[in-house]
Design a protein around this ligand. Structure first.
Ligand SMILES: Cc1ncc(COP(=O)(O)O)c(C=O)c1O
Length: 383
C-alpha cells in the first residue's frame, strides 16, 4: 500500500510531546507557541510568524489583515489561480473581496503569466499567489507586474515549504505568506498553519485577529500605550479589531518544534524522489506535460496527460496496485459547485487539462527506491 501520507510523527517527536504533557500545567497558547514561531521565523528567514490552527485560517487572517492595514474597499479584486486549494478562494470571498480567476500555466502550475497581466483592472488590489505542489511560482515576474500596477502580493506556501524562487525562499517575496502543517504536508503539527511577514504592523494585526482582536495578545511593550488610550476599558478585555479564534495550542507547537528539526531532511528526500520520478516519467515522452520548476520542494508526484484515456488507464492501474491518488489539487476550481458563479470553467483551458487529465500520487520521506521501481514497472506495463 502506497498511501498519500503515513504517520510522520517520529518516535522522538512523540516522546517529547509526552514529556511536555507530563511536565506542564499550561496547554493553551503560551511559551511553546512563541518558541515555535521564533524557530519557524529563523528557518523561513522572515521577521515575524504567527502560529494558527490551520493553513486555511492563515490564508483568511492574512487577507483580512492586509485589507484592514491598507483600508482596501469591499469588492476590490484579488487575482487568484483557477487551480489551487479551495479555502484560498473562500478566504477572498469571506473578506468581502472579489476573486478574479486567472488560468494556470502547465509548467510551474502557477498563473498563466500573460493572462495575469491582462486580468488587472482599476479595481485590482492584490495578487494571491499559490506555489502549487512544491513548485515555486516565478516571483520576479509576478513582483515586476505587481509593481507596474501598484498591487500587493500575498503568497500561499501551504504545499511548498522551503521552495526557492530567484535564490530566495518562497514566502518572503510578498507582504505576507501562509503555510499549512496539516498531516499530508512537508511537516505536521497534526493541524496547524503559520502566517509570516516582515512588517511589524501586519504582524500586530495578525496577532490580534488570531485571538478575538484582544489587545493583550500584542507584545507587552505595547500594552501601556493602549491602557492609556482606553482607560475606561478593562485591558484584559480590550478588543482593538475584529478577530477570530484561530489560536493553536502548546501541544501542537511542541510537535512543530520537533518536526521543524526534520524539515530539511524531509525536503531532501522528497526532492531526490522527484528527480527519480522525472527520470522514470520521461519514458512517457509526449504523452505527459513535464511540469516542474527550479528550486522546487516536491509535494507529490503529478501526472498531467495530454489524453484523458492515458490518465484513466494509469490511475486505474495505480488503484489496482493500492497506490492512492488525488486530483491536482482541486482541479479547475470553476467547475466546483461553490465557485460556478465566478466564471465559465471552459475559459480556463490549462486548468481544464489539469482537471481532466491530471492526478498525483504521494511523495514523502517514506517513498523509496522500491516504490519508485514499482511505479516504473507499472508505467512499462500500462504504456
Ligand atoms: C495550497 C493550499 N492552501 C491552503 C491549504 C489549507 O491548509 P489547511 O488544510 O491546513 O487548512 C491547503 C491544504 O492542503 C493547500 O493545499
Amino acid at each position: 500500500m502506497w498511501k498519500l501520507q503515513e504517520n510522520i510523527l517520529e518516535a522522538d517527536d512523540k516522546k517529547k510531546l509526552s514529556e511536555f504533557i507530563a511536565s506542564t500545567e499550561r496547554f493553551t497558547q503560551f511559551e511553546k507557541v512563541k518558541l515555535f514561531e521564533k524557530a519557524w521565523s529563523e528557518w523561513q528567514g522572515c521577521k515575524y510568524s504567527v502560529f494558527v490552527n490551520s493553513g486555511s485560517s492563515a490564508d483568511l487572517v492574512m487577507l483580512d489583515g492586509l485589507k484592514e492595514q491598507h483600508k482596501i474597499p469591499d469588492g476590490s479584486e484579488v487575482l487568484v489561480p483557477a487551480a489551487t486549494w479551495t479555502t484560498n478562494i473562500t478566504s477572498v470571498i469571506q473578506t468581502r473581496l472579489q476573486p478574479v480567476f486567472v488560468d494556470i500555466n502547465l509548467q510551474d502550475l502557477s498563473f498563466d503569466y500573460a493572462a495575469l497581466e491582462k486580468a488587472v483592472t482599476p479595481k485590482t488590489k492584490i495578487i494571491l499567489v499559490t506555489h502549487l505542489i512544491g513548485f515555486p511560482a516565478a516571483m520576479a515576474r509576478i513582483r515586476a507586474l505587481a509593481e507596474r500596477h501598484g498591487l500587493l502580493v500575498l503568497e500561499d506556501c501551504c504545499e511548498s515549504h522551503g521552495a526557492v524562487s530567484g535564490g530566495k525562499k518562497i514566502g518572503n517575496h510578498g507582504v505576507a505568506s501562509a503555510f499549512s502543517f496539516y498531516w499530508g504536508h512537508h511537516i505536521t503539527t497534526i493541524e496547524g498553519g503559520m502566517i509570516c511577514t516582515d512588517s511589524e504592523e501586519l504582524n500586530d494585526i495578525f496577532t490580534l485577529k488570531r485571538s478575538h482582536g484582544l489587545a493583550r495578545e500584542l507584545d507587552p511593550s505595547k500594552h501601556a500605550a493602549y491602557k492609556a488610550k482606553y482607560p475606561d476599558i478593562d485591558f484584559n478585555f480590550l478588543f482593538l479589531t475584529h478577530g477570530y479564534n484561530f489560536r493553536n495550542t502548546e501541544l501542537h507547537a511542541t510537535i512543530g518544534i520537533e518536526q521543524l528539526k526534520h524539515l530539511d531532511r524531509y525536503i531532501k528526500i522528497r526532492n531526490e524522489n522527484f528527480v527519480r520520478f522525472l527520470e522514470l516519467s520521461a519514458a512517457l515522452g509526449d504523452r505527459i506535460y513535464r511540469c516542474g520548476a527550479d528550486g522546487a520542494s516536491s509535494f507529490c508526484l503529478p501526472f498531467i496527460f495530454r489524453d484523458k484515456a492515458d490518465k484513466d488507464r494509469l490511475q486505474a492501474k495505480c488503484s489496482e496496485r493500492q497506490i492512492e491518488t488525488r486530483p491536482v489539487i482541486s482541479g479547475n476550481l470553476l467547475r466546483q459547485p461553490c465557485f460556478r458563479a465566478y466564471g465559465d470553467y471552459a475559459a480556463f483551458p490549462n486548468a481544464e487539462i489539469l482537471h481532466r487529465n491530471g492526478f498525483y500520487i504521494g511523495n514523502n520521506q517514506f517513498v523509496d527506491a522500491k516504490r519508485l521501481d514499482l511505479l516504473q514497472a507499472i508505467l512499462k506495463e500500462v504504456f
